[in-house]
Design a protein around this ligand. Structure first.
Ligand code: RNT
Ligand code: ZN
Length: 418
């Protein structure tokens, strides 16, 4: 079937395929730098284990070890994904001049200037994250620590990151979401669950007292249910983070990571719940298998459902900030990046190819039999042709055309990293 035939089929279903393609071209999606080096960054001992309850598994060859290698890998990814990517950096990816080093409480915008140059040359915006993990000052708590010196150190880190985010937004002319996530928690049953939460709340207050323009810098608070090594108690739980965001709507927004809930909960259902109250929310799209395993995002049911909610709740009109967050070290990392990014785009295109208003009308007029039939039939509409056309119009490879490029890059570049 040709694209033109597919377009006609969609038109018969009440859908404008061309409009869907045009819309998707304008949707920023944030590409996480940390898939390329297993979340290690450049500011601490590269052989030290990750802390904060996150973990990568696998040791596929080719991990990026330097800013140059990471940038080269990101360039390869950018050449293989359609759409409007933004870069997403962690503070631990600061780039220091030879012989120079700054601890996280002393980071400055200039440590990210090479990234600004990188983004400018490619027309990218940039999102940012303070890094409250994998550092000797995690005691193991950070912003919720009872040790005032530790807590102050991490508050200063957060404030430095606000300044860096403001710098990134101003330099690149696009808003910067700045996500606050800590792995603070306990392995076993705590004696005080409230103390750490009160300190965490006060610490975020202090971080957000650093001046910033809320139109340019969008601080987020990300909750989590548990992490490896902190199974019994997480300070930044769902209720904590959501309450914080709700009480501070003039200075931050809630972020949901779909790996951070109990396995039968779905973020797709939480999106409209939050959008009924918040004008903006942020997402980390990942694929949890039994826990927050951060597998590569697939074109699966829940990813499609998340995309449908984003689309039909008006999320593409600047209300939902979409970012990827996963890290698989067991397969080719460039392929992992490209597969997940393309799948989020696919899910959004699939969602844009639904006759949203007609389906809502069936629901509102109690026509649930027809609603089921139409929703099921849409699943086998000729989506692949529209996806191919979208890739073609973006000047990027179609499915079946990009993996050979990754294999070539593996042979010529990644395999030489020993
Ligand atoms: C961890 C959180 C957090 C991190 C990144 C690296 O469980 O999802 O978002 O993955 O900040
Ligand atoms: Zn996340």
């Amino acid at each position: 079937m040709s694209y033109l035939e597919a377009k006609e089929k969609y038109a018969a279903l009440g859908v404008d395929a061309e409009a869907a393609i045009e819309k998707l071209k304008t949707v920023p999606i944030s590409l996480h730098c940390w898939q390329g080096d297993d979340v290690r960054g450049f500011d601490t001992d590269p052989d030290a284990p990750l802390t904060g309850g996150i973990q990568t598994t696998g040791n596929y060859p080719g991990r990026a070890r330097t800013p140059e290698e990471l940038m080269a890998d990101i360039d390869k990814v950018l050449s293989l994904i359609p759409g409007k990517p933004k870069l997403n950096l962690h503070a631990s990816y600061a780039i220091f001049a030879p012989g120079e080093w700054s601890d996280r409480d002393k980071l400055e915008p200039r440590h990210f200037q090479p990234w600004v140059d990188f983004c400018k040359a490619r027309g990218l915006g940039c999102d940012f994250n303070p890094t409250f993990f994998s550092h000797p000052k995690c005691d193991p708590l950070t912003l919720s620590s009872p040790n005032e010196e530790t807590r102050k150190f991490w508050i200063e880190h957060g404030r430095a990151c606000i300044r860096i985010s403001q710098y990134l937004a101003e330099e690149l002319g696009q808003p910067c979401t700045m996500n606050i996530w800590t792995g603070d928690g306990f392995k076993d049953v705590p004696a005080d669950r409230m103390g750490p939460r009160v300190r965490y709340r006060e610490s975020i207050d202090e971080i957000l007292s650093e001046p910033y323009d809320f139109k340019l810098v969008k601080p987020c608070v990300e909750s989590k249910v548990f992490g490896i090594g902190v199974e019994a108690y997480t300070v930044g739980s769902a209720e904590f983070c959501l309450s914080y965001a709700a009480m501070n709507r003039d200075k931050c927004i809630p972020l949901m990571d779909n790996g951070h809930y109990h396995p039968t909960e779905v973020v797709s259902d939480k999106i409209p719940a939050l959008l009924a109250f918040f004008s903006e929310i942020a997402l980390h799209v990942t694929r949890p298998i039994r826990w927050d395993s951060d597998h590569v995002v697939l074109f699966d049911d829940e990813t499609r459902e998340i995309a449908r909610e984003i689309v039909r709740c008006g999320g593409l009109e600047g209300r939902v900030n979409i970012a990827l967050d996963y890290f698989d070290a067991s397969i080719n990392r460039v392929s992992a990046w490209v597969t997940g990014y393309r799948n989020v785009q696919k899910a959004l295109l699939f969602a844009l190819l639904q006759p949203v208003e007609a389906l809502k009308e069936l629901q509102d007029t109690d026509q649930f039999t027809e609603l089921m039939v139409r929703q099921e039939e849409l699943k086998t509409a000729p989506f692949g042709e529209v996806w191919d056309e979208y890739c073609r119009q973006c000047g990027k490879p179609r499915d079946g055309e990009w993996f050979a490029e990754v294999k070539k890059y593996e042979k010529e570049v990644l395999e030489k990293r020993v």
